[in-house]
Design a protein around this ligand. Structure first.
Ligand SMILES: [Zn+2]
Ligand SMILES: [Zn+2]
Length: 357
């Protein structure tokens, strides 16, 4: 594989302009202005020029409609030639999760395998096959990891075992246990320490973030500056069964990201609409006015601040782009009943949403 040509350069903490010539000029003008303003200027912290490999995200993702006959089971998006995002269709399962596939020179890493009765292995295998053709390669080992252990993130696991011997020869499944995850990524103490995996010219940091689940990890891709946060931070309802552990995890994630380039924070669902504070009901498969997938470090800081403000007393709180949603058995019962009701309504309309308007 050719060595990558990276063009995006970021300076911190001047305004977070990404690298067009126009933006560089604006940065220069800003710096010059600060020089003359003198004492009132904010102190510049020079962390050097961090170069990250750029990528793009779509303005809208396919959800589950308006006509399920027309919606592909998987939407594949090329963030850049070595980073792919797959989204499972809402017509397949209302959770509509995202899967992340990152290529290094020696291995490829898949995080999560989707929800419901899906064929994630076939979809991922097709992308890997095309990547091999594009890069004139015969094979590449695949590592399948998980953001956490909930059903809607590992439903496709079995398919990877059955496809061993095809494009997916040499697949390794990271064990879905804390001890197995620790061992695989070299995390000495759980959850205080940080592990890593080197895909070949591409190191991914693995940060334990229990709270939503006992086995939660965030992944930081040093190459693109993307932080994958699973169900712990995404535009939707952040369900929190273990509030104390979750709060500590978010504190550690804030500390980990401090001073690092964070281009996007990407989670695994979208439940929020484009209207501030408004989410779709649990169980929604069709979300025509969906929030963007990507969040920024500012959202992480906002989450951190809100959790701190609760002072160990879990409170449900809607914020502009996500909701803090502590859960207990009673809350889950209500959520399950709501999910069932929404599903019944939406499945009735899945072949043509217009019929239900
Ligand atoms: Zn989950
Ligand atoms: Zn989930």
């Amino acid at each position: 594989m050719k060595p990558p040509v990276w063009t995006m350069r970021i300076t911190i903490p001047l305004p977070f302009y990404l690298s067009t010539g126009r933006h560089r000029r604006r940065n220069a003008i800003f710096s010059l202005a600060m020089l003359f303003i003198g004492a009132s200027a904010p102190p510049a912290v020079d962390v050097g020029h961090a170069a990250v490999r750029p990528g793009t995200l779509p303005r809208n993702w396919t959800t589950g409609g308006p006509k399920c006959m027309e919606v592909p089971d998987w939407q594949v998006h090329e963030y850049n030639p070595d980073f792919y995002i797959l989204r499972e269709s809402g017509c397949m399962h209302f959770e509509k999760p995202f899967l992340y596939l990152l290529f290094g020179t020696d291995k490829t890493l898949l995080e999560d395998t989707g929800s419901g009765n899906n064929d994630a292995a076939r979809a991922v295998s097709a992308v890997i096959g095309k990547w091999l053709r594009r890069n004139h390669r015969e094979s590449i080992p695949l590592v399948v990891a998980h953001s956490h252990s909930h059903d809607d993130h590992r439903a496709g696991d079995a398919g990877f075992a059955s496809l061993a011997g095809t494009t997916l020869a040499g697949t390794t499944m990271v064990p879905l246990t804390v001890a197995g995850t620790q061992q695989f990524f070299g995390i000495k103490n759980w959850p205080g320490d940080i592990g890593a995996i080197d895909l070949g010219g591409r190191v991914i940091d693995v940060i334990p973030i229990p709270g939503h689940d006992k086995l939660g990890v965030a992944l930081y891709d040093r190459q693109t500056g993307v932080l994958l946060t699973g169900d712990s931070l995404y535009p939707g309802r952040l369900y929190i069964p273990d509030f104390a552990a979750f709060t500590r995890s978010i504190e550690r994630l804030v500390a980990f990201t401090s001073g690092k380039v964070i281009t996007h924070i990407l989670g695994y669902h979208i439940e929020q609409s484009r209207t501030p504070y408004l989410d779709y009901p649990i169980g929604s498969m069709y979300q025509p006015e969906e929030h963007s997938l990507e969040l920024a470090r500012g959202h992480l800081l906002e989450l951190h601040e809100a959790l701190r403000g609760m002072r160990s007393s879990p409170t449900r709180m809607a914020l502009r782009d996500f909701t803090i949603y502590p859960t207990d058995d009673a809350a889950w019962k209500v959520l399950e009943a709501l999910e069932k009701k929404t599903q019944e309504e939406q499945l009735r309309c899945m072949w043509d949403q217009a019929e239900c308007r």
